[in-house]
Design a protein around this ligand. Structure first.
Ligand code: PLP
Length: 374
């Protein structure tokens, strides 16, 4: 049996999206900047994709800019806030994705900005009182907090954070790479300055994503060149990717509630089965609290086989991800688990689910893990 439990790393593409993109690749090759008919046809497809996304998120099409993915969107938001919007202070956490944390670190090292990290609870939830203290002490800051953590699944209360940012006149950059297409967004109600998304996390193609930039937030071009993306990002658009992204998001949003209920049940079932079968197993994150329903981060007790779990799973046809707090012989491991002081003698494995996964697959995986530990 082959089991893919690494959907937080990337998801398999929806076949309807594959067909749509392949047909377009065969037939529509115009450059969207050309004014002739083949160019105009492709331009229309890009603008239709933008409108579709805006409709799904309840924002204006002019607030959506296509990028090469989540990393570029995160970089754009943070770098432009500092260079164009006079941000002198960034408030973030130690468990952000490297697209955010390394960008902040670089800007801090260059002396362009200062930063403070919000305190975290052991389950990965942020200390809201500390966030408010930092906001009070640093007016007009940029707050960079991810909607859901990609390793352990802990989530912020996005509306509560947005309200706090509004109260203290802070910009709010939210990395929604793990939640876009998995949760409903209404950007007319949730006040976010920048939001980052990536198609390959919701059954779309790799190498394409978008940034939402609230219309009140005005920045200069990120990539200078042609006038694509309304002058914000020069370069011929990834037209097939953009069309695939919009279709994938539409499909995900259509089935969102049903998929959410089914996948959440699968995740909880796996947690129960592991608890029944593997003595001493624990779970990183906030399993029964505000948590991404696609991620289960299991934490296994110290054992000689710990170093081999992922390898043995791979041999058994199971794709999952590591995330040990400390890997053998070196002191580098997951920055998320390290920040949360997860015991480095225990092994952490992230199982992340998608709409294609089944209960039979969970049974197979738990059976293999049980064999390993017996
Ligand atoms: N942010 C988060 C939370 C992610 O999980 C990822 C991908 O793993 C990224 C950003 C980067 O996205 P992309 O692969 O589209 O650059």
């Amino acid at each position: 049996m082959k089991v893919y439990f690494d959907n937080a790393a990337t998801t398999p593409m929806d076949l309807e999206v594959v067909d749509l993109m392949a047909n377009m690749m065969r037939e529509e090759y115009g450059n969207p900047s050309s004014i002739h008919a083949p160019g105009r046809l492709v331009r229309t497809k890009i603008e239709d994709a933008r409108k579709k996304i805006a409709q799904l998120l309840n924002c204006a099409p002019g607030e959506i800019f296509f990028t090469s993915g989540g990393t570029e969107a995160d970089n754009m938001a943070i770098r432009k806030s500092v260079s164009d919007l006079g941000v002198k202070h960034i408030i973030s956490t130690e468990i952000e994705h490297h697209a955010v944390s390394h960008t902040i670190e670089e800007l801090v090292a260059a002396g362009k900005v200062e930063s403070n990290m919000v305190k975290l609870h052991a389950n990965g939830q942020i200390d809201m009182a500390h966030l408010e203290e930092l906001l009070k002490a640093n007016p007009n800051a940029l707050v960079c907090l991810m909607h859901a953590n990609n390793e352990i699944g802990s989530m912020i209360d996005i509306d509560q954070v947005a309200e706090l940012c509004k109260t203290y006149h802070a910009l709010f950059q939210c990395d929604t790479v793990q939640t876009m297409g998995h949760y409903a967004f209404d950007l007319s109600k949730t006040r976010i300055s920048f939001l980052a998304a990536s198609a390959h996390k919701f059954n779309g193609p790799k190498g394409v994503g978008f940034i939402y930039i609230n219309h009140e937030t005005k920045i200069s071009p990120y990539l200078t060149g042609g006038s694509q993306e309304r002058n914000m990002r020069g370069g011929t658009e990834n037209v097939y990717g953009i069309v695939g992204l919009a279709k994938a998001l539409e499909i995900s949003c259509t089935h969102l509630e049903a998929d959410k209920a089914r996948i959440d049940a699968l995740r909880k079932y796996m947690a129960e089965e592991l608890t029944k079968n593997i003595p001493g197993v624990q779970f990183n994150g906030d399993l029964h609290g505000r948590s991404l329903y696609t991620v289960l981060n299991a934490n296994f007790p110290p054992s000689p086989i710990n170093e081999m779990i992922l390898f043995k799973l791979d041999i058994a046809g199971i794709a999952a991800s590591g995330g040990s707090a400390c890997t053998s012989g070196t002191n580098i491991g997951s920055h998320v688990l390290n920040a949360l002081k997860v015991d480095p003698n225990r092994a952490s494995v992230r199982f992340s689910f998608g709409r294609q996964n089944t209960k039979e697959e969970v049974d197979y995986v738990v059976g293999k893990i049980k064999e390993m530990f017996s």
